[in-house]
Design a protein around this ligand. Structure first.
Ligand code: AMP
Length: 295
């Protein structure tokens, strides 16, 4: 699926994107994260973007577009992506449309997350990110004990929570103003294309996540999930090592002990034969199921 999440700063685009990544196995493409990474690395893009970001203004369309074009050219977006924070202007939306047309990868849905202004400010002031893995938390909505007990997947230590420099009061006011002026018009842009779905993004994360799933369409989500590549693959083993790694009960028996003939033999010998599972399991007739072996 190719999805755009639209919404004001603090509407939960980042949090809901992370959940969709886990659900669908497609990458989140966050323009804000990409820009912050460029600033942290001190690249030319980062240097040119920093001033606008610190002031709560938008970075030049041309810089952002170049960055997104490169990101969407990477192989991992071929199966789909979640755009978070991009597009933010009509010029960006039009350029994205052209880019995706060239790639023959049109958008499937644009979801607008609606949150009222007072709640946006509250959420932004409580927002914290892990400096190592980038995971986003909220001091008001995630229980503190849960945040502190969770380990960072990058370092294995507790998350190092930091506040974004642009999550301060003055910058937030400017970001919300810029959103109303430059980004809100995208709602009509995508409505006119029949792609827009609007959800109420007030309430807890689980509830919003459920509404988002409904807006994207349960059948479409199921199809995307079915196409999701396995996240963990069994290590490649061969011959004796594979056999040694299997529990004894799962190891293949010699041919003579399997199959219909063997089952007939066992039945004659007073053994009850379970033919439902792949590997025949036997229990002494009258003894019932062995302990710890559920039906
Ligand atoms: P975000 O993390 O999405 O709130 O973005 C943080 C900051 O990065 C914004 O306030 C902008 O300065 C800049 N930024 C992120 N995405 C864009 C974009 N699509 N166009 C222009 N500037 C952006």
């Amino acid at each position: 699926m190719r999805i755009v999440l639209l919404g004001a700063p603090g509407s939960g685009k980042g949090t809901q994107s992370q959940r969709l990544v886990e659900r669908l196995g497609i990458p989140q493409v966050s323009s804000g994260d990409l820009l912050r990474a460029a600033v942290a690395r001190g690249t030319e893009l980062g240097r040119r973007a920093k001033e606008a970001m610190d002031g709560g203004r938008l970075v030049d369309d041309s810089l952002v577009l170049q960055m997104i074009r490169e990101r969407l050219g990477a192989g991992d977006t071929r199966r789909g992506f979640i755009l978070d924070g991009f597009p933010r202007t009509l010029a960006q939306a039009e350029a994205l449309e052209r880019l995706l047309r060239d790639l023959t990868q049109p958008l499937d849905a644009v979801v607008q997350l609606e949150v009222d202004a007072a709640e946006l400010v509250r959420r932004i002031s409580g927002r914290r990110c892990c400096a190592d893995c980038g995971r986003v938390f909220n001091l008001f909505t995630s229980p503190r004990a849960a945040i502190e007990s969770e380990l960072c997947p990058r370092t294995g230590a507790p998350h190092r929570l930091t506040q974004r420099p642009d999550d301060n009061e003055a910058t937030v006011a400017e970001r919300l103003r810029v959103y109303e002026e430059k980004t809100r018009p995208l709602i009509d842009f995508y409505r006119a294309r029949g792609l827009l779905r609007v959800i109420d993004a007030m309430g807890d994360v689980e509830e919003v996540s459920r509404r988002l799933g409904q807006a994207l369409g349960a059948p479409a989500l199921r199809a995307a999930r079915a196409a999701k590549p396995a996240t963990r693959r069994a290590p490649h083993r061969t011959g004796a090592r594979r056999k040694a790694a299997q529990p004894k009960s799962a190891r293949r028996r010699p041919k003579s002990a399997t199959g219909r003939a063997a089952r007939r033999g066992k039945a004659r010998a007073g053994l009850r034969v379970n033919t439902r599972g792949k590997s025949p399991r036997t229990t002494r007739a009258g003894q019932g199921r062995p302990k710890g072996k559920p039906r």
